[in-house]
Design a protein around this ligand. Sequence first.
Ligand SMILES: C[S@@+](CC[C@H](N)C(=O)[O-])C[C@H]1O[C@@H](n2cnc3c(N)ncnc32)[C@H](O)[C@@H]1O
Length: 224
Amino acid sequence: MKLQAMFKVLFTTVSVGSLMLAGCTQQEQVSSQVQDEASPSIVEVQQRSSPTSTPQPAERTPDVVYVPTPPEVVDRMLKIANVTSKDTLYDLGSGDGRIPIAAVQKYKVKKAVGIDIDPERIKEANENAKKAGVTGQVQFLQQDLFKSNFSDATVVTLYLLPELNVKLIPQLLKLKPGTRIVSHAFDMGDWKPEKVEQVDGRTVYFWTVPAKIPANLQKYTRSS
Ligand SMILES: C[S@@+](CC[C@H](N)C(=O)[O-])C[C@H]1O[C@@H](n2cnc3c(N)ncnc32)[C@H](O)[C@@H]1O
């Protein structure tokens, strides 16, 4: 009887111990699951800042398809804007990153940022930056250019569409006076360019942000 009781105690202790152990393991699993569920935000932050990371899924369809600007046109765009090492350049809809990369490589800009809504383009741009050896000097952000903050720009480059350029006017007019804007192929409606140049059959348009908004552009400064 005594021996039977001892076995019972031993059995019960082992069973409770196993349950506790299982409970702990389960708790660890749940906690690690919670961490896993929480970790995407950390991963997301890392993915936004790491040039070698996997891009996020596309927010929406791009407003214009990807067509690259030929290198000689890129060069003329940066020349017409008189880009120097003091500049902070943003390419809105940056494709494979060639404009910000050229701005860093050839014109030694202080800061170059490419914004594109398409994760494939961001991936490609980061790979190109790596190949060009300018990782760390150029940044590619997967964002909708109409929602992005480029208020520190001193140069903005565009190769979008005429109606997208016009849609951007309210954001562009808020930039620091003197900020230069260059567009490949497309003008900006009733905001007339200061310079227009031809290169290899392509047209490059140039504007500077005025200190005083002219009467014909006042409509773009009124918030809707
Ligand atoms: C014609 S390509 C120009 C690429 C590059 N700037 C160049 O000149 O070689 C236009 C780019 O804008 C991007 N894009 C379209 N809509 C956009 C949006 N709303 N926000 C950010 N990028 C956009 C496209 O994914 C595409 O890469």
